[in-house]
Design a protein around this ligand. Structure first.
Ligand SMILES: Cc1ncc(COP(=O)(O)O)c(C=O)c1O
Ligand SMILES: [Zn+2]
Length: 365
C-alpha cells in the first residue's frame, strides 16, 4: 500500500515514518475497497473489524492484537424525527476509538515503538489506550483547560500527558515542532490517513443496522475526522450501488470557532482565518483544520450545510438529553443544540441521525 501526497502527488510507502510529504502536503491513502456487500461482513467478529474486507489493514494479526471491542454501537430512537448513534459506547468513551484502533494497528504492523500525538483529549485518550494494549510508548499533548477526566485517563494508560499553555491550535504546533525536531512518529488523527479507515466504519455500521442510511446526518466538525470518514464510507456505498444518493449532511461548528462555516458561506476554498474564542465544546475548538481544503471540497460537492451550535444553548441541550437518559459530554451536546437550531432555520427535519460521540462523564466538571 502507498500514500499519495495531496499537494504534489508524490508516492511513498505507507511504512514511512514521515508525518507528511517533504513538500508539506498531507498524505492520502491509495486504497480502493472492493464493492460493499453485506455478505462480506464477518459476522463472527463482534467489533468494527467485521468490516475489514473494506478496510486498508496491513495484515491480519496487528488489529487482532490491539482490538478492544470498538464499534458495534447501538442506534436509539430519541423522538419521531431523531435517531441517536451511541458512539460513546466505546472502550474509551468516544468515537475516536474507531480511528485510533486502525492507526495503532498500523503502527504495530510497521514496528513503531514510540509515538506522539496532540488532542483536545478524546483522540489522545484513544491513542493512549490502544498504545497501552500494543506496548507502544506514547506522549499526548493537550491544551490547558482540557477536561481533567480526559487527562487522568490518558495518564492511567501509562502515557505521558503534557499540558500546553494556550489554545488547541498552539498545542498542535508545539507537538508538531517536537515531531520535526526529533523525528518522532506522529500518531495523529488528522495527518494519518489510517485514522479515516476506522472512522468510515461509522457508516458501514449504520447501513448494516438500519439497512439504509437516514436522510439527514448531523456530524460535528473540528478537524473533521468523523466527517471525512463518513464521506469515505458514503462514497463507497454510493459506488457500490447500496444507496442512491448522498444524505443531507449537517456539519456543525462552534459559534466561537467556525473557520469552515465561514468559508462555506463565502464559497472559499480554504478555511477562513480567525482567532478562536473560548467554547465549552472543547472537542471542536479547531481554528486551523489541517484538512480544511479537503473538507470544503466535499462540502461543495455534496451540498453539506454548515450550522452553528449556539454556545448559550449547549448546556440546555445536554440537560434535555440527560433527562431522557442520554448523558453526553459538552462537545456532543453541541450536536443536539445544532440540530435544534437547524430545525429553526430549515423547518422540521425528520429521519435524522445524530452522533452521540462523547460520554457525559468526560466533561463532568
Ligand atoms: C466528543 C467529540 N466530538 C467531536 C469532535 C470533533 O472531531 P474532529 O475534530 O475530528 O472533527 C471531537 C474531537 O476531539 C470530540 O472529542
Ligand atoms: Zn508533496
Amino acid at each position: 500500500m502507498e500514500f499519495i501526497c495531496s499537494a504534489c502527488g508524490k508516492r511513498e510507502s505507507v511504512r514511512t515514518r514521515k508525518a507528511h510529504c517533504d513538500c508539506g502536503g498531507l498524505w492520502k491513502l491509495d486504497y480502493e475497497p472492493p464493492k460493499f456487500d453485506t455478505e462480506k461482513i464477518d459476522r463472527s467478529e463482534w467489533s468494527m473489524f467485521r468490516y475489514r474486507a473494506f478496510m486498508a489493514l496491513d495484515d491480519d494479526a496487528s488489529w487482532r492484537g490491539i482490538s478492544l471491542g470498538e464499534g458495534m454501537t447501538p442506534i436509539v430512537r430519541l423522538d419521531e424525527n431523531v435517531l441517536l448513534k451511541m458512539d460513546y459506547f466505546m472502550p474509551t468513551l468516544s468515537f475516536k476509538d474507531r480511528g485510533a484502533a486502525v492507526l495503532v494497528s498500523h503502527c504495530r504492523a510497521i514496528g513503531v515503538d514510540s509515538v506522539v500525538q496532540d488532542s483536545s483529549g478524546n483522540a489522545g485518550n484513544s491513542v493512549a489506550a490502544y498504545c497501552a494494549k500494543a506496548g507502544i510508548a506514547c506522549e499526548i499533548f493537550v491544551p490547558e483547560g482540557t477536561s481533567p477526566k480526559k487527562i487522568d485517563s490518558i495518564r492511567a494508560h501509562g502515557a505521558v500527558c503534557t499540558v500546553v499553555p494556550g489554545g488547541r491550535d498552539h498545542c498542535a504546533e508545539v507537538c508538531r515542532e517536537k515531531v520535526e525536531r526529533q523525528g518522532l512518529y506522529y500518531a495523529n488523527h488528522v495527518y494519518n490517513p489510517f485514522f479515516y479507515e476506522g472512522t468510515k466504519t461509522y457508516i458501514y455500521e449504520v447501513f448494516e443496522q438500519l439497512g439504509r442510511i437516514p436522510a439527514h446526518l448531523v456530524i460535528p466538525v473540528g478537524n473533521g475526522t468523523l466527517f471525512l470518514g463518513a464521506i469515505k464510507g458514503l462514497e463507497h456505498l454510493l459506488r457500490s450501488g447500496c444507496i442512491e444518493k448522498m444524505p443531507q449532511i449537517i456539519a456543525l461548528q462552534a459559534e466561537t470557532c467556525d473557520p469552515l462555516l465561514r468559508a462555506a458561506a463565502q464559497g472559499l476554498a480554504e478555511p477562513a482565518e480567525l482567532t478562536p474564542r473560548p467554547t465549552i465544546a472543547e472537542g471542536i475548538a479547531i481554528g486551523k483544520p489541517m484538512r480544511g481544503r479537503e473538507i470544503l471540497e466535499y462540502a461543495y460537492k455534496y451540498g453539506v450545510r454548515f450550522v452553528h451550535a449556539p454556545e448559550d444553548r449547549i448546556l440546555d441541550a445536554r440537560a434535555a438529553l440527560a433527562r431522557r437518559g442520554i448523558y453526553c459530554e459538552h462537545t456532543t451536546a453541541a450536536n443536539y443544540a445544532a440540530y435544534l437550531a437547524y430545525c429553526e432555520t430549515y423547518g422540521p427535519t425528520p429521519d435524522c441521525l445524530i452522533t452521540m460521540c462523547g460520554a457525559g462523564l468526560k466533561s463532568d466538571h
